[in-house]
Design a protein around this ligand. Structure first.
Ligand code: TYM
Length: 332
């Protein structure tokens, strides 16, 4: 089977539904056709300040949400990035073939460093995409399903793989991003031209997977729309309604035109009520399952340990080949 790799940062107590629609739904659908690896990228989360106890908790919570959303730890390898030491080691090697200017062109870095200011921007935030490249390349990955915002990082990964291969001989599979066109970017409900994000300034526009469903329903009822009053997809002039239609379609498995037809001639209130129902129905069982898994952290830790052992074996083989290729002396 071809290899698949993807991951998420444990940067909040709950994932938001952009993570679910943009990534997890694809992961779940693809996992049976691929040899799939899904990591909770705790080393990446360290690029911004974290409370240590909270980070541990968020890491477990993220893993529990993967499983609750349908990632099968017996079918896919679901593990915590820091449990496999090869990630940090390969990142170092790759950093030596990454250009300073090349890394500086990553738009996510430019956005984040502009937001935090130079002194609050760590070197780790700058080299973040190199660590992501190491994640992907260690597993000889064929495909990387991600949302639109990670595309540039996967392109960098391809460049680094090709560069390494041509300099040191064929070592890495060159991966390609897989991006679901319609759902690659879910927007904030209050600010429907910026993407929904775990680190949004205001909570009102973010739907959390583990939130009380009644709270999510309320946020949907208050979502920003427009004053035209018709349920119609038009990203340019109706970003709010279009985003709600995207979410509705992704979670119900229906096409946008069929939803537009259903709500033709009815107001936004009805449409939002319908969407709230879809969202609550989807997330109620996911939330219940995640909370159940979190009730038994020892069992969850055991699953993660078993999966990390599988990942370790694959990653170590790649790292060994890389060390040989670049000329590091073997310890005998
Ligand atoms: P992260 O944790 O920011 O997001 C996890 C996944 O969710 C997608 N996503 C969205 N999709 C649609 N609409 C949104 N509003 C939205 N917000 C987030 C992201 O595109 C991503 O697929 N650098 C990565 C984590 C990572 C990784 C990897 C991914 C580390 N190593 C290796 C793939 C392969 C990140 O910060 O994702």
């Amino acid at each position: 089977k071809p290899r698949l790799y993807s991951g998420m940062q444990p940067s909040a107590d709950s994932l938001q539904i952009g993570n679910y629609i943009g990534a997890l739904l694809q992961w779940r659908d693809l996992q049976s056709s691929y040899d799939a690896y899904f990591s909770v990228v705790d080393l990446h989360a360290l690029t911004v300040a974290q409370d240590p106890a909270e980070l541990r908790e968020k890491t477990r919570r993220t893993a529990a949400q993967y499983i609750a959303a349908g990632i099968e730890p017996s079918l896919s390898t679901l593990y915590v990035q820091s449990h496999v030491r090869a990630h940090a080691e390969l990142a170092w090697i790759l950093s030596t073939i990454t250009g300073f200017g090349e890394a500086g062109r990553m738009t996510q870095f430019k956005d984040k460093s502009a937001r935090y200011g130079a002194d609050a921007t760590s070197v780790g935030l700058f080299t973040y995409p190199v660590l992501m490249a190491a994640d992907i390349l260690l597993y000889q990955t064929d495909v990387v399903p991600v949302g639109d915002d990670q595309k540039q990082h996967v392109e960098l990964t391809r460049d680094l793989a090709e560069r390494f291969n041509s300099r040191f001989g064929e070592t890495f599979v060159v991966p390609r991003p897989v991006i679901q066109k319609d759902t690659a970017r879910i927007y904030d409900l209050q600010n429907p031209t910026s993407k929904m994000s775990k680190s949004a300034e205001s909570d009102a526009g973010v739907l959390w997977m583990l939130d009380d469903p009644a709270k999510s329903a309320k946020k949907i009822m208050r979502a920003v729309t427009d004053n035209e009053g018709s349920v119609r997809f038009d990203r340019e002039s109706k970003p709010g309604v279009s985003n709600l239609l995207t979410i509705y379609a992704a979670l119900s498995g229906r096409q946008v035109p069929s939803i537009e037809d259903e709500y033709a001639g009815r107001g936004y209130g009805d449409f939002k009520k319908g969407l709230a129902e879809v969202v609550v129905n989807e997330f109620e069982p996911v939330r219940a399952r995640a909370l159940e898994l979190l009730d038994d952290p020892a069992e969850l830790d055991r699953i993660l340990a078993q999966n990390a052992a599988r990942a370790d074996a694959v990653a170590d083989a790649t790292l060994g080949a890389v060390y040989d290729r670049v000329g590091l002396l073997r310890r005998v």
